[in-house]
Design a protein around this ligand. Structure first.
Ligand code: NDP
Length: 328
């Protein structure tokens, strides 16, 4: 890995993506900040590109892909906002001695709260019931009983990492049986592990999806998995839109192959297919898993702290698995 040096020399950093106060005000005079809101804006940085040693990637909608990273010959570290970093080319980074960091842990409980809330809202039809009340219909008739309930469910969590385990703790407290699918059994987890996703889908009636995005998980929730889940089936996706075959999901919801879905993420955000928006058996959220003031501030602070640690000659706080840092 490249080595960040401690000296009186100014350090040029790029804030790539939307700017926010903690990012813009969190650095001392030792740093010189440059800004690019979009990939298109990177082209205007030609005059300073060769001085830039660190990049803060401030949202998953800007792509720190090979062609973006290659513009910066002296780049040492990419500090990415969010725990998912499928928008950062970590393979290119590793090959070019560039460290990539993300913001795990500080958002784990928040995202697990959203998954649990979305599950209950989907099963017990909170959004539909709210619309019913506001329309005045309650004054003439009680809201119909919900077909869905958490009481008679078995949940399969797809991805048993930090957030998957936090969702499991919430389901334990709600006395709901949990099992999970991941490529290898998770350490210190007592739930049954299904190495085969189809087998798990057959054994449960609810899937909560919380794996990373990227090529390895693209469309892993496909027509076959939805069919195995069956007509009581509910899919909650708080991972990435790419993980679910959106067209297969729409078809399964329309045909009654599954019962309902709660979605925080979509294939082409912020575009959401009109067919989904017209359905009554889905709850749709605009990618708000970690989006509270307290959690987003903690994530911004970790983006800043990773850069500061690196340029103080210390190890980065949260390097991703592809770019481990040894001997600093
Ligand atoms: P972790 O890295 O801690 O956990 C990931 C889990 O997914 C592990 O259990 C891993 O196990 C499993 N997994 C990875 N690849 C595969 C695969 N190909 N097939 C099956 N299982 C797989 O991550 P976090 O729990 O911290 O975060 C998970 C993801 O949640 C993030 O990457 C992000 O995309 C998403 N997220 C979404 C948010 C939102 O706003 N909706 C907010 C925060 C995160 P194994 O390697 O053994 O397979």
């Amino acid at each position: 890995m490249a080595t960040g040096s401690i000296s009186s020399e100014k350090i040029d950093l790029l804030i790539y993506g939307p700017g926010r106060p903690i990012l813009q005000n969190g650095f001392s005079d030792q740093f010189v900040l440059h800004a690019a809101e979009t990939k298109h804006d990177l082209e205007r940085l030609a005059a300073v590109a060769e001085k830039i040693r660190g990049i803060a990637v401030t949202y998953h909608t800007v792509h720190a892909d090979k062609s973006a990273l290659a513009l910066f010959p002296k780049l040492e570290i990419v500090s990415s906002f969010g725990v998912g970093y499928d928008h950062v080319d970590s393979t290119y980074a590793r090959e070019h001695n560039i460290v990539v960091t993300n913001t795990p842990d500080v958002l784990t409980e928040e995202v697990a709260d959203v998954a649990m809330g979305l599950l209950i809202a989907t099963l017990r039809e909170f959004v539909k019931a709210d619309r019913y009340l506001r329309s005045g219909l309650w004054t003439t008739q009680n809201y119909p009983l919900s077909v869905g309930s958490l009481r008679d469910r078995k949940v399969g969590i797809v991805g048993m990492g930090r957030i998957g385990q936090a969702i499991g703790r919430r389901l334990d407290a709600s006395r709901v049986p949990v099992m999970y699918h991941s490529r290898k059994p998770a350490a210190d987890v007592s739930y049954k592990n299904y190495p085969d996703l189809i087998e798990m889908a057959k054994a449960v009636d609810t899937l909560i999806v919380i794996v990373p995005g990227g090529a390895a998980t693209a469309n892993m929730i496909n027509a076959e998995v939805l069919k195995a889940l069956g007509p009581r089936g509910v899919v909650i996706n708080v991972a990435r839109g790419s993980v679910v075959d959106e067209q297969a999901l729409i078809a399964a919801l329309k045909s009654g192959t599954i019962l309902a879905a709660g979605l925080d993420v979509f294939a082409k955000e912020p575009a959401v297919p009109e067919e989904l928006r017209a359905m009554q058996n889905v709850v749709l959220l605009p990618h708000i898993g970690s989006a509270s003031v307290v959690t987003r501030n903690a994530m911004d602070q970790l983006v800043v702290d990773n850069l500061k640690a690196w340029f103080a000659g210390k190890p980065p706080l949260t390097p991703v698995a592809e770019t481990p840092v040894k001997g600093r």
